[in-house]
Ligand binder design. Sequence first.
Ligand SMILES: [Zn+2]
Length: 128
Amino acid sequence: MPELSAAAPAKDPRAIAHYHAHVYYDPASSRGRAERLRERVGAEFPQARLGRWHDELVGPHPQSMYQIAFAAEMLEKFVPWLMLNRDGLTVLLHPETGDDYTDHSAHAAWFGAVLPLRLDVFKKKRPT
Ligand SMILES: [Zn+2]
């Protein structure tokens, strides 16, 4: 995982076009809460793009989830709202800079818990 070093120039947040919030749930026990949160997001933030339900595991995600994609301009209003309204659900917030591996690891923020993502799906190019 890349680390910040004194020699590296600071990265410019303007590289972030949009963000994803991934809302995790358990189909057996917390799908109802996930549905209520999804309805509230749709009502409060109609400009957010709600992704499909993934009861089956997909990509790097170790639990069932759906994705909320939103523009960088929405961050200031949406993230505090999500902090107060996630109803105990675990949420992964990550930027989209074009580097999936880093966006889901070093760049990521978690609400509620930190889940072990399967980052190998991104096939990070490593120097040989
Ligand atoms: Zn994502």
